[in-house]
Design a protein around this ligand. Sequence first.
Ligand SMILES: N[C@@H](CCC(=O)N[C@@H](CS)C(=O)NCC(=O)O)C(=O)O
Length: 214
Amino acid sequence: MPILFSFRRCPYAIRARLALAECRIPVTLREVSLKNKPPELLRCSKKGTVPVLVTDLGQVIDESTDIMIWAVEQKFGRGSSLVEERAGSLAWVGRFDDEFKPSLDKYKYHRTTDEKSREYYRDRNLGWLSAINDRIPAWVDRRSDSLSLEEMALLPFIRQYAAVDPLWFQSLPYSWLSDWLDQWIRDPMFMGVMKKYPFWDEGSEGIDWRPWAA
Ligand SMILES: N[C@@H](CCC(=O)N[C@@H](CS)C(=O)NCC(=O)O)C(=O)O
């Protein structure tokens, strides 16, 4: 089975686990501590970030969106329309990662020594929230016959953003955003993806992970 080095709360790892789960790809899960990274993780990928997937063929994939694409290719095949669409989607997700995440971190972990106020960093992401809100109907429409890489990729970050001040988030004038997030958070598959596991014991293989079967 492929091996996934993961950290439960990391939004990049969550998006990778969600794609693997939606594509029903079982993996051996190795939950790692970012403060005490196992040498095996660093041997596989010098970057030292999670998620990292090691396939059955020994290929190392150490970017979350690449793991998502790999999962989709396993399920739908390389030529599928979903995989074809990925270039545009992933360019958008790449911009999101570059822009949304830094402001999210400043909002979530704001320090009095930061140059600007917490609200400043919070509000810098409003343009993204509005753009995401506009895409939600199309994501929901296609769910019956396909998956949206964008939807799965952005969800963990929106979840973190909303959790900083849930009441304020719910009061935003974006008609679909709050319900969309609520539905995901209550989704049994998402709950399975967020299940807690102990840190990997390096003497063991890891957890046989298939959250859809729970
Ligand atoms: N571009 C990478 C980013 C992954 C990343 O930065 N993950 C964080 C955890 S959320 C990490 O592993 N940081 C390393 C550390 O904290 O030492 C991806 O998409 O996989």
